[in-house]
Design a protein around this ligand. Structure first.
Ligand code: NAP
Length: 281
């Protein structure tokens, strides 16, 4: 059996090996999934090796967009979002890429909050790779409005243009996260708030927006893509808003990758245990 890998720079923190190997072991297929530290300048050499030696791989930062020119086939939604996290190596060595991050977020919202996406109003704080991949998926799932707040406003505007072009009928607005008046107006009409910046990973990080805007009585559920209990999550819970961190998103994006590669049903409980038990994280 050929191996699988997650590539990133850094990659030491990745929970994917524990999670994926738990799935392979569940089916008595061994532990074929490894971490590979691949720096940006090494991506081309890695891809040539992967064509010969791997059956599939996941990409994490900073390769999700950079991998695209190396692929022989890319799912149109992943191409529009410029974000691929799952690559399948076919028997003939050709590479097919897609993104499972959006599915991961969809399932995380469903399992944590049990509210429908169709017709929902969604607000993203942060417009990096994670917001790109997941916003396209949520648009396809029928959300009515996507509001994008990002420190670099031009990135929010670029993503907004792409979303509008791909989804006629979708309402898309943009703002700076420091524009508290606009955010207050948005939050009053938001069903799901998605914290998608990298702020909150370190204790010294500033809040991604004025946390005083999280007020009792709002109808929105708060999801932070970060796995930890971030200040956003703590404040949301303190305020009485439904709130959840990124664990379920990580789990379900990995589950979808496993199913794409193997055609087998992902053993969710085993994968969750493998993800949580990975001592390198
Ligand atoms: P990315 O492409 O590097 O984007 C980072 C985002 O954070 C950008 O919007 C950036 O704004 C913003 N940001 C960074 N530093 C900032 C600062 N000092 N002030 C204000 N904004 C700042 O990263 P990504 O891949 O989108 O990942 C974002 C987060 O999602 C990470 O924490 C990652 O761990 C998480 N994630 C979780 C999962 C999961 O399965 N749970 C999957 C993917 C990602 P600018 O555009 O202005 O730079």
């Amino acid at each position: 059996m050929r191996n699988y890998a997650v590539i990133g720079d850094p990659v030491g923190h990745s929970r994917s090996p524990g999670m994926q190997n738990a799935a392979f072991e569940h089916y008595r297929l061994g532990s074929p999934y490894v971490k590979r530290h691949v720096r940006p300048g090494e991506l081309g050499a890695f891809v040539e090796e992967a064509r010969r030696t791997l059956a599939g791989f996941n990409c994490t930062v900073p390769h999700k967009s950079a991998i695209i020119p190396y692929l022989d086939e890319v799912d149109p939604k992943a191409l529009a979002a410029s974000s691929v996290n799952t690559v399948t190596v076919r028997e003939d060595g050709t590479l097919a890429g897609t993104s499972t991050d959006g599915y991961g977020l969809e399932m995380a919202l469903e399992t944590n909050f049990g509210r429908p996406l169709a017709g929902a109003e969604v607000c993203f704080i942060g417009c990096g790779g994670a917001a790109h991949a997941t916003s396209f998926h949520l648009a396809e799932r029928g959300v009515r409005t996507i509001r994008l707040a990002n420190r670099t406003l031009s990135k929010a505007e670029e993503l907004a243009e792409k979303l509008r072009a791909a989804n006629p009928g979708l309402a898309v607005e943009t703002a700076l996260p420091s524009d508290s008046d606009t955010l207050a107006r948005w939050f009053a009409a938001t069903d799901f708030l998605i914290q998608a910046t990298s702020l909150g990973l370190r204790e010294t990080d500033p809040a991604p927006f004025d946390l005083g805007l999280l007020r009792p009585g709002l109808r929105m559920a708060v999801f932070d893509t970060i796995y930890l209990d971030t200040p956003v999550l703590l404040k949301a819970r303190q305020t009485g808003l439904p709130a959840a961190g990124g664990a379920a998103m990580l789990l379900y994006q990995g589950a979808k990758s496993f199913e794409i590669w193997t055609g087998l049903a992902a053993p969710i409980d085993a994968m969750r245990a493998g993800m949580e038990g990975n001592s390198s994280c």
